[in-house]
Design a protein around this ligand. Sequence first.
Ligand SMILES: Cc1cc2nc3c(=O)[nH]c(=O)nc-3n(C[C@H](O)[C@H](O)[C@H](O)COP(=O)(O)OP(=O)(O)OC[C@H]3O[C@@H](n4cnc5c(N)ncnc54)[C@H](O)[C@@H]3O)c2cc1C
Length: 445
Amino acid sequence: MKTDNVAYTPFSGWIDPPGDVRPALGADVTCEVAVVGGGLAGMSTALRLAERGRDVVLLDAEFCGHGSASRNAGQVAGAPGGDMQLLGLLYPKRFPRVVRVAENAAHHVEGLIERLDIDCDYEATGNVLTAVSRGQMGRVRRVARLLEKAGAKVELGTSEELGIPRGFLGGLRESVGGLMNPGKFSLGIRRAVLASGARVFEQTRVTDVRQNGDQVVVRTPGGEVRAQQVVLATNAYGGELAIAPKRLSAPIWVTEVETEPIDPARLAALGWTSRSGVVTQHNVMENYRLTSRDTIVFGVRRLQRARAHPLPPRQPDEAVVADLARAFERRFPALADVAAARAWGGWVAITSSWLPVAGKVGDNVFYSAACVGHGLAQAPYVGSLIADLIVDGEQHEDLRSIWAQKPKFPPPLMMGPLGLRTVWAVDRFNDLINGSGGNARRGTA
Ligand SMILES: Cc1cc2nc3c(=O)[nH]c(=O)nc-3n(C[C@H](O)[C@H](O)[C@H](O)COP(=O)(O)OP(=O)(O)OC[C@H]3O[C@@H](n4cnc5c(N)ncnc54)[C@H](O)[C@@H]3O)c2cc1C
């Protein structure tokens, strides 16, 4: 795969930034609820609150949808992220509830697309947890048993039976969820929020959130927001605010690459008849998916830790793109001559438990964060459940399943630069001994 002409995009490969970015907050305002961060979580919270008659202010440092919301791979997962075997082992009672949260989240997003009439190329294909070696196939079978025991509907099979390319041995399809253009989805939610009663201030970085009696004061360079309640929905950027729980999550940079358009006849020859997105069973997955513009978007494989807050704007590293390209050649040998056209990336929030988390600091500051790289469906779902909690005063059982009783978290393990590099090296070593890896000896990432 050629990588010498890749356009490194500082935002997203899916869409251009919106042309109608709203002005910054320029004076002090008061409201019932202030939402900090206009990603999928924050926009959904604000939209739901406005629809339910609350006076809400939404603040984003850049513009709504500037973060992971528009940059992700667009695979709407119907199962939790992370290593499900480990999650099943560590949290045997909680695991089925977290599976239910993931499924309900995917259905919630499908409902939003329909209700708000969002044109985001959604295809209800499900996604396949796939194997590239016999060892990974064993893992797939164990995960299938776990998911079935948790009540999920999964389909186990060979690549032919699942209608995925022959570069994969087989896998299990989560039948809930599918594929979308996340940039268009995010723009669609933004449009709905702007049309709702919510007051939206973009280009407005929140510098401090402070409880002051029964009010919360949200500071920005252009003015303060005084609110009865605040929702922190800053995802991986959460650590920038002193009020956010310490060690809530580790900010991790993830890269995606898109090929040039591929001749439809060559795509058809892959045998990818189900069009299901695929994610491998490495310790750090590789993801591959078709798009409606006859390209393949692929990524992850290598996680990179932020050195410190604030998170810097950044582009993918050339070495990481080259490493992803080597994996692509291995999974799609018939497309080895196809060029990588563009690359982008974004920050995800990984928790120490590898579970999604929501909770409260004091009486009136809520946080919703860390859908562990699986937030395309879960972030908007959890955001709307927090809005319902604020209005009704009652917790939906799915919110209860991920609720942290105290805002106290242990440090995430293996999430330092050395730990992440080690996990990458273990995956490449396993690829090498299984003959399933691209050329690990050439790996420079
Ligand atoms: C490359 C990549 C691929 C991914 N692929 C998938 C996938 O296929 N499927 C899946 O389910 N998930 C995927 N994810 C994860 C998913 O995108 C995230 O879990 C989800 O988008 C996070 O929630 P969010 O949208 O609310 O966060 P974000 O979009 O990150 O929103 C946070 C917002 O807060 C704003 N903000 C931050 N600090 C401040 C501040 N101080 N003041 C004001 N505003 C602030 C930011 O500008 C940003 O708009 C992927 C993520 C990445 C980066």
